[in-house]
Design a protein around this ligand. Structure first.
Ligand code: MRU
Length: 351
């Protein structure tokens, strides 16, 4: 077994939340303290922290911090804490899943007549549970997923789905970590992921940190690499998976799935069960975040387009279930991907 370092993007010490500032990577490893729920909301919105599972976890701690602010310092309302945190990024369901779970816990504590100190303590404990469940889910996704990857070959991935996007280890990048740990001779092709460059800045940094062989490629190189036979599998994460198996993920994922289908390359999605939204029928009902034009019209802070040119900046797209070979969850592998196989897996496991 090869050695893997255990990178973690957040730490909590005596009810204080610290996160790695992902805006500074790969050039600087800076830890930031987020000491109010408004700062947590701002960090999620401005992508200081990002990645579906991580924004759920940080949101959960943000809720505990916010309730502490109103119960122990006075002022503000609990619903304002909840709504401020929810009103940050609309696509990843993990944020809403985690916040709804925190709210249910909070209501239960209120009903039980817990005092403010007990309430705050219990909310931090609940957020910690969410964090640790995610960590163990990722290890399990890695285990189920790595057996699907070849002993030797090229794996293409998009965006950042690693330790930095979760509590640690990662989902799609976690599968790659697990395969490398098992001794598989894989080479990772990392899409740079314009415009925010999660691939170039974050995934390449994580792979360098672990010593996993990789090449950075422009997003538009994927098809040519597939044609040349360099790619044996594509693996990506998810921000939301609907009841019929459609997947919302970083913009560019849909195009990769079409290319993979054309070249008969397996296309895997790795995600914890907290990413499933069974109340939403299909991908067309998922709210897709649109981010500022400036992110497209600049690169590394420098303008790359005429000022007067308008830009479109959808942050996510939808990959239809029919393009997905399998969804890898902490409960097992779903394949083929459809309403029945999803229901069977999630119901069978009591979700
Ligand atoms: O805009 P981001 O960086 O938050 O988008 C992240 C992604 O699209 C990831 O693929 C997804 O959240 C899964 S992370 C394990």
């Amino acid at each position: 077994m090869r050695k893997i370092k255990d990178l973690r993007p957040l730490k909590v010490e005596q009810e204080k939340l610290y996160v790695i500032n992902q805006l500074k990577l790969p050039f600087q490893l800076e830890w930031l303290e987020l000491d109010s729920y408004r700062k947590v909301a701002q960090a999620i919105k401005e992508m200081v922290v990002r990645g579906a599972p991580l924004i759920g976890i940080v949101g959960a701690y943000g809720f505990a911090i916010g309730i502490k602010e109103i119960l122990l310092k006075g002022g503000g309302s609990d619903t304002d804490v909840l709504n401020t945190l929810k009103n940050t990024r609309p696509t990843a369901i993990n944020l809403f899943w985690a916040l709804d779970r925190m709210w249910r816990k909070y209501e239960k504590l209120q009903k039980e007549g817990k005092n403010p100190e007990e309430t705050v303590k219990a909310l931090f404990r609940e957020a910690h549970k969410i964090e640790m469940e995610d960590y163990h889910a990722n290890k399990s996704i890695g285990g189920f997923g790595q057996v699907l990857l070849p002993e030797k070959g090229g794996i293409l991935t998009h965006c950042n789905t690693g330790a930095l996007a979760t509590s640690g280890w990662g989902t799609a990048l976690g599968v790659i970590r697990s395969a490398y740990q098992e001794g598989k001779n894989i080479t990772v092709y990392v899409d740079e992921t314009r415009p925010y460059l999660q691939g170039a800045r974050l995934t390449a940094w994580e792979l360098s940190y672990e010593g996993i062989p990789h090449f950075l490629i422009t997003d538009s190189s994927a098809g040519f690499l597939m044609k040349k036979g360099l790619v044996d599998a594509v693996i990506v994460g998810a921000d939301r998976i609907t009841a019929n198996g459609d997947v919302a993920n970083k913009i560019g994922t849909y195009a990769l799935s079409v290319l993979a289908k054309e070249h008969k390359i397996p296309f895997y999605v790795a995600a914890p069960t907290s990413t499933f939204d069974l109340d939403t029928e299909s991908g067309e009902h998922i709210p897709i975040e649109e981010r500022p034009e400036e992110e497209v019209k600049t690169c590394g802070g420098k303008p790359v387009a005429p000022e007067e040119t308008p830009a479109i900046n959808y942050s996510f797209d939808i990959t239809p279930a029919s393009n997905i070979t399998a969804i890898i969850t902490e409960k097992g592998v779903i394949s083929p991907v459809n309403r029945e196989t999803i229901t069977k897996m999630l119901k069978y496991r009591g979700i």
